[in-house]
Design a protein around this ligand. Structure first.
Ligand SMILES: Cc1cc2nc3c(=O)[nH]c(=O)nc-3n(C[C@H](O)[C@H](O)[C@H](O)COP(=O)(O)OP(=O)(O)OC[C@H]3O[C@@H](n4cnc5c(N)ncnc54)[C@H](O)[C@@H]3O)c2cc1C
Length: 403
């Protein structure tokens, strides 16, 4: 008999799981408590960001995930927004430039294609940027998606392969028979399954806590500001120097000095800027991302976040000071202590695909890997770094989590 798989969560990970499992001939039901892309997948600015992925599983799964996009674009009904224009991290001072030279050398040693470009090239790629920008690291593999369009295309692809995708149905608990998970309890009643895949992002921890399983997944709030649609001007994805301190890769460089990459208005325990910019196909410019660590999952933007974004963007992009703003939002980004997601069978019948810091790059590939695990196949990637029992450290609530 065909295996019935219930997938919990309609973000990029859950919808990719549903798509690949249905394509492999499994019977799939996806349950989303709110609407597709309600969570982090509908709130992020769409960076498929190879540039700063740590070597090992994180970089490998991201490279493979990046390579999946052109295939998905062909396969999925309706398509989605995908702009393979590369990404850059600019710098403004010679001292920062020294750190970037080391960064580019380190990335190349990891086998990633990254180069240094000069200030004139940065100004060509990002016309609203400050005149005195000195240069940038540039990774041609970085690409931009509008993640909600990818999520909906994956769900449409899953439906076309026979999956049932249900919005407005929440899972309140997991059904147990002995040690085995045999289904879910939804707000409409029980539903039996041969396998349950929990892909509920930051909410996965709460769901598994009901079984007495502690999954150390933290939640970090990031905020985004969007302009009205504007004429196209920004081709590449853009990160600013303030963003570098979020990455261990930068922090471990010999000439790293956090003081070179910190603004006076930032505060590690209150708000820091993952300074970024991206323009969507419809012309909206997205600006972000202030980061903080509320104790509870909180999807509301804050005045402090908006202020820090306005300050950072207006200092570095004088050409944007007077553009019409349209809206602001916040989302909750999941992470584990080692910044690698959990992709594993954690109890018989229970699969966990959660804790993604960089779900745009890794989400589609995670769905494919989980579909393979559910079928008892050897996964196409070595998953030892993503195992549940790898000895994940606990999460320190409220503390800055470096990626
Ligand atoms: C503002 C922001 C910026 C980011 N920037 C980037 C970026 O540029 N690049 C990148 O790669 N990553 C980025 N991330 C991270 C990225 O968004 C996540 O890695 C990715 O979206 C995680 O996908 P997911 O499917 O695991 O979770 P989500 O997208 O959060 O999906 C989980 C879904 O599960 C549903 N759900 C929860 N509980 C239940 C339940 N009990 N029953 C049914 N449904 C349930 C939720 O409603 C939600 O829709 C960012 C995140 C944020 C918030």
């Amino acid at each position: 008999m065909t295996k019935h798989v219930v997938v919990v969560g309609g973000g990029i990970v859950g919808c990719a799981t549903a798509y690949f499992a249905a394509r492999d001939g499994l019977r799939v039901t996806l349950l989303e408590r709110r609407e597709l892309a309600f969570g982090a997948s509908g709130r992020n600015p769409g960076f498929v960001w190879l540039h700063c992925r740590n070597p090992g599983f994180a970089l490998e799964v991201s490279l493979r995930g990046r390579a999946l996009y052109p295939e998905l674009l062909e396969e999925l009904p309706g398509g989605f927004e995908f702009r393979p224009n590369g990404g850059l991290i600019y710098f403004n001072t010679p001292e920062q430039g020294t750190v970037f030279e080391e960064f580019v050398a380190a990335r190349r040693a990891h086998g990633l294609e990254v180069e240094l470009i000069d200030g004139a090239e940065v100004r060509r790629l990002v016309p609203p940027i400050r005149e005195d920008v000195l240069g940038a690291s540039f990774c041609p593999l970085d690409a931009q998606i509008t993640t909600s369009t990818v999520v909906r295309a994956l769900a449409a692809g899953a439906r076309a392969e026979g999956a049932e995708v249900r919005e407005g149905v929440g899972v309140d608990a997991l059904l147990l028979a002995g040690d085995e998970v045999v289904g879910v309890v939804t707000d409409e009643g029980p539903l039996e399954a041969d396998a349950v895949v929990v892909a509920a992002g930051v909410w996965s921890r709460g769901l598994l806590a009901g079984l007495g399983i502690d999954v150390p997944i933290g939640h970090e709030r990031l905020q985004v500001l969007a302009t009205d649609p504007l004429p196209p001007s920004i081709e590449a994805l853009v990160y600013g120097p303030l963003a570098t301190k979020q990455y261990q890769l930068f922090r471990e460089l010999p000439s790293w000095d956090a003081g070179l990459f910190t603004a006076g208005y930032e505060d590690e325990r209150a708000i820091e800027m993952l300074l970024l910019l991206a323009q969507r196909e419809n012309g909206e410019i997205l600006m972000g991302c202030p980061m903080d660590y509320p104790e509870e999952i909180d999807l509301r933007p804050t005045l402090a976040g908006l202020l820090a974004t306005a300050r950072a963007v207006s200092e570095d992009f004088p050409g944007l000071r007077n553009v019409p703003m349209n809206r602001a939002w916040a989302g909750s980004l999941p992470y584990t202590a080692d910044m690698v997601p959990v992709i594993d069978e954690v109890r018989p019948g229970l699969f966990l695909a959660a804790g993604h810091v960089f779900g745009n790059a890794a989400g589609p590939m995670t769905g494919r890997l989980i579909a393979q695990l559910v079928q008892g196949q050897e996964p196409e990637m070595d998953l030892s770094e993503a195992r549940f029992d790898r000895g994940l450290a606990p999460i320190e609530l409220g503390a800055a989590a470096r990626w």
